[in-house]
Design a protein around this ligand. Structure first.
Ligand code: GUN
Length: 282
């Protein structure tokens, strides 16, 4: 193996430690803790684990959490009513609605009711639009975490060839914009791209977020590249990335493992967003 492993757990722990310092200072200054409201609707197994991790991370880092676990039968109107109440609650700096929502609830309609200042996930049209325009905004957590992971390598993004595989609203599109903001030359590949390997082979930075176990193999990667694996594919109770670690780590310069790469960064950057939201409202 030649690639250096990018340790997401270690970098996330460093970010959380900085958050804790800022959150404690805020508590002293304001007489209240920063707060995150987390809304979970239904019984999705993976969502329950994600929500539990987010709440523990808040509690461990001096951020108050307000947890709402609602039944599958919750209506869109009831959910919007709760969001409107939280928008007006001065103890709540950030609001997160865990996705996916049950099929009878329209995700976009519900999310559009979150105040843009409290959009802890950075999923709202207003924040996504500000990211596109290069204005200050609350940005999606996983893409922000990816930028931190790339920065940790010391590899210069300015002028680098960055290839993003996947075009989701949560990862592919926002990470492409963040890479562009960092002056990379960005190519987006997706399910309709003719032969994405023609692009991935020339990538100095390769970000893979498609949800296909082991899609990327060693011969698809440029020697020395930074490879960021956003995949979280569960099989037989184990977690696998979109990158075939064994073959790619022989070629890449840096690689994120799954688990222990991008995953921990998402939670760390969520906490950073709460700090940003709380300080902006101060
Ligand atoms: N479901 C999967 N990932 C996420 C996330 O980052 N935020 C929310 N709200 N839901 C998710």
């Amino acid at each position: 193996m030649s690639a250096q492993i990018i340790d997401g757990r270690k970098i996330a722990a460093e970010i959380k430690a900085q958050v804790k310092v800022e959150a404690e200072a805020f508590w002293k200054r304001k007489g209240r803790k920063m707060g995150l409201a987390v809304i979970l609707v239904g019984d999705d197994f993976a969502s329950k684990i994600y929500v539990r991790n987010k709440i523990s991370a808040c509690n461990e880092n001096c951020i108050r959490s307000f947890s709402y676990e609602l039944p599958e039968s919750t209506t869109e109107e009831e959910l919007i009513e709760l969001i409107q109440k939280l928008n007006c609650d001065d103890n709540v700096d950030g609001i997160l609605v865990q996705l996916p929502l049950p099929p009878h609830i329209r995700q976009n309609v519900v999310l559009s009711h979150i105040s843009a200042n409290k959009d802890a996930d950075g999923f709202l049209a207003e924040n996504a639009g500000n990211l596109m325009l290069g204005n200050p905004s609350l940005n999606a957590c996983t893409p922000c975490g990816i930028i931190e992971l790339i920065r940790s390598t010391g590899v210069n993004l300015d002028g680098a060839n960055a290839v993003v595989i996947g075009r989701s609203n949560i990862v592919g599109k926002p990470i492409s914009l963040l890479l562009l903001e960092n002056h990379a030359t960005v190519t987006m590949c997706h399910s309709h791209t003719a032969n994405f390997v023609n692009f991935s082979r020339h990538a100095d930075i390769l970000v893979v977020a498609v949800g296909k176990k082991g899609l990327i193999t060693g011969e698809m990667v440029k020697q020395g590249a930074v490879v960021i694996d956003v995949g979280m594919n569960r099989k037989d109770g184990k977690l696998f990335g979109d990158v075939d670690f064994d073959s790619v780590s022989k070629v890449a310069g840096y690689i994120t493992p799954v688990p222990g790469g991008v995953g921990p960064m998402t939670v760390a950057m969520l906490l950073k967003n709460i700090v940003k939201a709380a300080l902006r409202l101060e």
